[in-house]
Design a binder for this molecule. Structure first.
Ligand SMILES: [Zn+2]
Length: 119
């Protein structure tokens, strides 16, 4: 049983698909991937935008077939969700840990990578 991302979708990673799924300019987290023969969404990459997840997704068109997305009221909530997805799914296209926005002292909810470090 695959873990659940808790995100909306999947939607087609195309302008039409993005327009359908993302109407607002907002912070958000997304997962790119495709469905396996059993119909399960396979996460290949996770990312986020601190202010405009729609334009970030548009930059990813062509890199995969489908995406899932989640919207967050704050950049911090988006950062923490991205970290959780990174640790839960170990997406093959994410070689490095999600970065936190410059100037913040936010810590990953799952690991100590940012523990006692200065922004
Ligand atoms: Zn972490």
């Amino acid at each position: 049983m695959a873990a659940n991302t808790g995100l909306l979708g999947p939607y087609r990673l195309s302008y039409d698909g993005i327009n359908h799924a993302v109407a607002r300019r907002t912070a958000g987290v997304f997962a790119l991937g495709s469905t396996d023969p059993g119909g399960n969404f396979r996460v290949k990459h996770v990312g986020r935008s601190d202010s405009d997840v729609r334009s970030r997704l548009c930059e990813c068109i062509g890199s995969d077939a489908l995406f899932k997305v989640g919207f967050f009221a704050s950049a911090r909530a988006a950062f923490e969700k991205e970290c959780e997805l990174f640790h839960d799914f170990a997406p093959p296209s994410n070689r490095i840990h999600p970065s936190r926005p410059k100037g913040t002292t936010w810590e990953c909810p799952r690991c100590k990578i940012y523990h006692h470090t200065k922004p």
